[in-house]
Design a protein around this ligand. Structure first.
Ligand code: GRF
Length: 212
């Protein structure tokens, strides 16, 4: 799992991996930010974690090669981006094609990139949310897997909206990782496939029926 920040999604993923019947375990957490609070969270949870600091003199491809070496040491089935804020090189993404999942705080294809909550508020959107998607070289444009929606209410500001979206991130990300590691979810021909069927739209998360 790759992180850069506070690691609340990482915590949710680790906790879910410890529920009986979970299909995955977290082999290693890597952070490009040595000061990321998520590294302490990982240590507190007893998950192997370390920083891979960025050398300002090195280019993106050489950093990503170091990253690949660290990842390949533990040969994971899946790479999970849980608040990883560095753009990945095309070489890296190609190397692990179809084996990288990201969580993004918007209803993609709306609002790729940063400041998604601010953008949803500025646009007076009635709904906002989060998307788990496969990672391709194009930022936040890979095939979507599952989305969770929240209503935007008149008193919302960025913080209140972000908090409601994050609570749902913590539900949908472990769900998608579990699907993948159970063999239910795959990436093929530019699409996400669930239970052998190509998704024409992301699964819409339903808290009343959370694991269809
Ligand atoms: C989340 O909002 C996620 O959608 C985005 O980065 C943030 C990470 O938060 N990709 P955390 O570090 O998991 O708390």
């Amino acid at each position: 799992m790759l992180i850069s920040g506070r690691g609340s999604n990482m915590r949710a993923l680790v906790e879910r991996s410890r529920v009986p019947g979970a299909a995955y375990r977290i082999a290693l957490v890597l952070s490009d930010q040595p000061a990321a609070a998520g590294l302490d969270v990982a240590a507190g949870l007893g998950v192997p974690a370390r920083a891979l600091p960025v050398d300002p003199a090195a280019d993106r491809v050489s950093f990503d090669r170091r990253l690949s070496a660290a990842i390949d040491d533990c040969a994971p089935a899946l790479i999970v981006l849980a608040g990883y804020m560095r753009i990945l090189s095309a070489e890296f993404v190609d190397r692990y094609a179809g084996r990288i999942l990201n969580i993004h705080p918007s209803l993609l294809p709306k609002y790729p990139g940063l400041h998604t909550h601010r953008k949803a508020l500025a646009a007076r959107d009635a709904a906002h949310g989060a998307t788990v998607h496969f990672v391709t070289a194009e930022l936040d444009r890979g095939a979507p897997v599952i989305q969770a929606r929240v209503d935007v209410v008149p008193r919302d500001d960025e913080a209140t909206l972000a908090a409601r979206v994050q609570a749902l991130e913590h539900a949908i990300f472990p769900l998608a990782v579990n699907w993948y590691c159970r063999g239910r979810l795959r990436y093929r021909d530019g699409r996400a496939w669930l239970d052998g069927t190509a998704l024409t739209a992301p699964v819409l998360y339903d808290a009343g029926n959370p694991d269809p």
